[in-house]
Design a protein around this ligand. Structure first.
Ligand code: TZP
Ligand code: MG
Length: 201
């Protein structure tokens, strides 16, 4: 099955402006198509609640960092960064599940493809307080990443500081999938924020 979805929500309850479960429901109603459980402290009850809500909406759930939680918790996949469990090891554990990998340069995209990733994240495209990045990638860097991913037919999600007001600039250079956190979780109206992003993709 081709990798689904263009609007990917990185869900961290502590980053929500409003009540987190209400925020997630609203985001799903607004058109979020993939969710990542992105929580640093173990919270199994929270994970199950998130999984149930995603299931109700027919939206796949992936787990950040914790590949074993993705396997045992029957999520749709896991996402690992460059400093996490190596991609090859994650790939072996995720037999029937998706593997996503964070990348910051074309060489890492090539390596992710070689390790059998189902998609890559690439960024940060803009500065973002969510992960403490003060500088975003240049358009030339982003275009090079798009080209590298295309060689491998690897879906690429732009990430980092993406909001409705800067997404058009990324669309113009060929980005068609984004992963966001604060633009939705920190919005006064998460449903409207998700819908605005989804419309632009
Ligand atoms: N990886 C690169 S930037 C980032 C991650 C997890 C943060 C994304 O959150 P936001 O709030 O959409 O910038
Ligand atoms: Mg990580």
């Amino acid at each position: 099955m081709p990798f689904p979805g263009r609007l990917y929500l990185l869900f961290t309850p502590s980053l929500c402006r409003g009540e987190p479960w209400h925020t997630l429901r609203e985001a799903l109603a607004g058109g979020v198509e993939l969710v990542q459980w992105r929580v640093k402290q173990p919270d199994l009850a929270g994970f199950h609640r998130c999984r149930d809500l995603c299931r109700e909406h027919g939206v796949p759930l992936l787990v950040n960092d914790d590949v074993m939680l993705a396997v045992r918790g029957r999520a749709h996949g896991a996402h690992v960064g460059q400093g996490d469990l190596p991609a090859e090891a994650a790939r072996k554990l995720l037999v029937l599940q998706w593997l996503g990998i964070s990348t910051h340069e074309p060489a890492q995209i090539n390596a992710a493809a070689a390790a059998g990733a189902d998609y890559v994240g690439f960024g940060p495209c803009f500065p973002t307080a969510t992960k403490g990045y003060e500088q975003g990638k240049s358009h030339a860097d982003i275009s090079a990443a798009i080209a590298a991913a295309a060689v491998h037919s690897l879906p690429l999600f732009a990430i980092g500081g993406i909001r409705p007001d800067n997404l058009l600039a990324l669309r113009a250079i060929g980005i068609d999938r984004v992963a966001v956190s604060s633009a939705i979780l920190g919005a006064d109206d998460p449903r409207a924020a998700a819908a605005a992003l989804r419309r632009m993709l």
